[in-house]
Design a protein around this ligand. Structure first.
Ligand SMILES: CC(=O)SCCNC(=O)CCNC(=O)[C@H](O)C(C)(C)COP(=O)(O)OP(=O)(O)OC[C@H]1O[C@@H](n2cnc3c(N)ncnc32)[C@H](O)[C@@H]1OP(=O)(O)O
Ligand SMILES: O=C([O-])CC(=O)C(=O)O
Length: 381
């Protein structure tokens, strides 16, 4: 009998540090932010309450929340230099590159001069990312230079209003708010770990968040919500989807939006976003995408015991809100910046340079050969 070799690498199962911000995957499925269950937060809190919890450590009192939201509203406008930079980015760019560039430019114009500025800096990023994304998107799609005034007091409503040029429906505002809660924080995921590695060199907040955006962009991490949409849209019926997924599995293709490094049984965020996708689909009269998505999830469980992660049903939920697919991963940024910043602050509170060791597997010691005496090895020309 042959036993399957245990997979190694990718720091799987390695505890790389301590955190008081979030617990992921207890018993293969749970998720808490600072001790509060994701289900309670998704049902009873707003994204701003959750962002406050992550950044300041406790849920806000009414007065604290009011003043936090007022500060965020007052910080929405982009500096002229950032707006001008965004205007120079072509319509063909990926919007993740737009946010990466916008974040970096904001760090040039308004640097974090001292770690005493870390909370105002985090709030400024939280407030400006929706403005950056909507500003660039509207500028390159219809030439509009949006303003930053709005009666929407939350980030979810503000972003949807600026993106679509009109107030969202109550259902869409609520669904987006909940989605931002679900995406806000997830322990030592790849992008957060990037932010912590950068922070541990005593670098600045903008550098840490810029690096995190670049890490989130990849399809094995945040980019999976866009890849999932591209997959779902290929099928016009659940039966077609089943046949297509069976073929992909036979070809050993990855099905985006499924599987997880830490969860083994289910991603708890899935059942929440799936509920919103269903309600949004009903609101817009969908008869295809949601049933196709459900069938893909059934087939994946039946064939591989793989469950949808948060990215899978986020794709149809965002699509039903009229959001272009290329903006899906950037919306993850609008939310996750709260978790990233909380980790930057936590890392600084008890810092040591993060610099692991490596097992060397290259050639043994060799004598140096002068360039004119080297023999071609048949490799590179
Ligand atoms: C918000 C987020 O970032 S959630 C993650 C979003 N990413 C995705 O949805 C991309 C698709 N999923 C994946 O690629 C993986 O499940 C990851 C990257 C999330 C986790 O990766 P790892 O922990 O390294 O799992 P690993 O790749 O070892 O998977 C174990 C086995 O399940 C298979 N598998 C895992 N996910 C999938 C998938 N989505 N589709 C098909 N097979 C899969 C792997 O091919 C592997 O099979 P093997 O042992 O025969 O080689
Ligand atoms: O934890 C991870 O590896 C990825 C993830 O689900 C997230 O960042 O939300």
């Amino acid at each position: 009998m042959t036993t399957k070799k245990k997979k190694t690498g990718g720091l799987a199962g390695v505890v790389a540090g301590q955190t008081a911000i979030c617990t992921v995957g207890t018993e293969g499925k749970g998720l808490d932010y600072r001790g509060y269950s994701i289900f309670d937060l998704a049902e009873h809190a707003t994204f701003e309450e959750v962002a406050f919890l992550l950044l300041y450590g406790e849920l806000p009192m009414i007065k604290e929340l009011d003043s936090f939201k007022a500060r965020l509203r007052s910080k929405r406008a982009l500096p002229e230099a950032v707006a001008q930079t965004l205007e120079k980015i072509p319509a063909t760019a990926h919007p993740m590159d737009v946010l990466r560039t916008g974040c970096s430019m904001l760090g040039v114009i308004e640097p974090e001069n001292s770690f005493d500025d870390q909370l105002p800096t985090a709030e400024r990023l939280l407030a400006t990312f929706p403005s950056m994304l909507a500003y660039w998107h509207r500028f390159v799609t219809d030439g509009t230079r949006i303003d930053f005034e709005s009666n929407e007091d939350g980030i979810a409503g503000y972003f949807l209003e600026k993106l679509h040029g009109k107030a969202p429906s109550d259902l869409m505002r609520e669904a987006m708010d909940c989605s931002l809660i679900l995406y806000a924080e997830h322990e030592f995921n790849a992008s957060t770990f990037t932010a912590r590695v950068c922070t541990a060199t005593l670098s600045d907040m903008h550098s840490a968040i810029t690096g995190a955006i670049g890490t989130l962009r990849g399809p094995l991490h945040g980019g999976a919500n866009e890849a999932a949409m591209e997959l779902i849209e290929k099928f016009s019926t659940p039966d077609e989807a089943e046949a297509g997924i069976m073929e992909m599995l036979a070809n050993k293709s990855l099905i985006m939006g499924f599987g997880h490094r830490v969860y083994t049984v289910s991603d708890p965020r899935n059942e929440v976003i799936k509920g919103w996708a269903k309600r949004l689909g009903e609101e817009v009269g969908d008869t295809v995408l949601y049933p196709v998505s459900e069938r893909i999830a059934d087939v994946m469980w039946r064939e591989k015991k793989l469950f949808p992660n948060l990215d899978f049903f986020s794709a149809s939920a965002y699509h039903f809100m009229g959001i272009p697919t290329a903006l899906f991963t950037p919306i993850f940024v609008l939310s996750r910046v709260s978790g990233w910043a909380a980790h930057v602050i936590e890392q600084r509170s008890n810092n040591r340079l993060i610099r692991p060791g490596a097992e060397y597997i290259g050639p043994g010691s060799r004598d140096f050969v002068a360039i004119e005496d080297r023999e071609p090895d048949g490799g590179m020309v």
